[in-house]
Design a protein around this ligand. Structure first.
Ligand SMILES: Nc1ncnc2c1ncn2[C@@H]1O[C@H](COP(=O)(O)OP(=O)(O)OP(=O)(O)O)[C@@H](O)[C@H]1O
Length: 285
């Protein structure tokens, strides 16, 4: 499904929490939506899922506005950090409701995941531990098979093994049937290898939209004597730099090959670090 974000802004009282976002997502991909606390990620995902209205601009999915549009929202599943389901419902009732709502629902997958996460179908949502409530969200998100599936930090309370089950299952599902998966997470190092595109928000603005493969190749750290590094970076796009006792490290966006040819020490930058540097730099401006 084609997602067109066109001059999208959202204001709460006087605070602009999304500020003139414009971009397009055309093909099914796994997209990392990153940014510091309060950057606007959840607000963006809620508008995309049709839960809330934009203040200005619009999101169009295959040309239509998702707000209050059931035909469209049955193609979108948003799983949030908490409170996805009514407390009084039993696990099996939650699954029935979503199975009814999503035309693409995969009951066999839901059953398999219920077993994997050892959820009791007769347990009430309010009796689930945090990790089990997260597991139920993950099960609904994956089994929905919604062409746009959005996970907003869906792993609260899940231990490392249970998170790995989620990542593995998500990749399996994606490999067998491509769909747009948007994943917002603060555990970037755990999942960044899954990302195909990366979006970074800072104070409601889009500071980066790039293919993850490009980032892995084009964002790098170069270190050496302050003199040599300074000479090298003169005409480069610098994300961040730091110097300590005559040794300088600069984080550069550009051709890594050129840096390697200089004999300076060159390393790629993990996406987690890149996000921190990019958002730090903007804050300081
Ligand atoms: N309903 C609301 N009313 C007023 N302000 C809100 C509302 N929802 C969000 N905000 C504000 O909008 C800003 C962006 O919040 P949002 O939850 O979208 O950020 P986020 O990037 O998801 O943050 P986090 O990583 O902490 O979850 C914050 O300053 C938040 O306080």
């Amino acid at each position: 499904m084609k997602i067109d974000v066109n001059h999208l802004s959202k204001t709460y009282k006087n605070k602009k929490v999304l500020d003139d976002l414009s971009f397009t997502l055309t093909e099914p991909k796994i997209i990392g939506l990153l940014g510091r606390n309060g950057a606007g990620k959840t607000t963006f995902m809620e508008i995309l899922a049709g839960h809330i209205l934009a203040s200005e601009g619009a999101i169009r999915i295959n040309g239509a506005n998702p707000f209050d549009n059931q035909r469209l929202t049955e193609s979108i599943c948003l799983i949030q950090e908490t409170n996805n389901f009514k407390a009084e419902l039993k696990v099996k009732n939650v699954l029935q409701i979503y199975a009814y709502f999503y035309p693409t629902w995969d009951q066999a997958l839901a059953d398999e995941l219920i077993r994997k996460y050892q959820l009791d179908p007769d347990a009430k949502v309010k009796a689930l531990s945090k990790g089990m409530a997260s597991a139920l969200g993950i099960i609904v998100g994956l089994a929905s098979k919604a062409p746009i599936t959005i996970f907003d930090e869906p792993y609260i309370g899940l231990d490392a093994a249970a998170r790995k089950t989620f990542y593995d299952q998500l990749l399996d599902e994606y490999e067998s049937e491509k769909r747009t998966i948007i994943l917002s997470t603060h555990l970037i190092d755990e999942v960044s290898l899954m990302f195909e595109d990366v979006l970074i928000l800072q104070n409601g603005k889009l500071v980066l939209k790039e293919e993850a493969e490009q980032l892995r190749h084009r964002a790098y750290a170069v270190s050496g004597s302050a003199e040599d590094v300074e000479a090298f970076i003169q005409d480069k796009e610098i994300i961040h730099s730091e110097a300590f006792t005559g040794v300088m490290t600069a984080y550069v966006y550009g051709s890594m090959e050129q840096a390697k040819a200089t004999g300076l020490s060159v390393e790629s930058i993990p996406i987690q670090k890149l996000m921190i540097y990019l958002t730090e730099e903007k804050e300081a401006q």
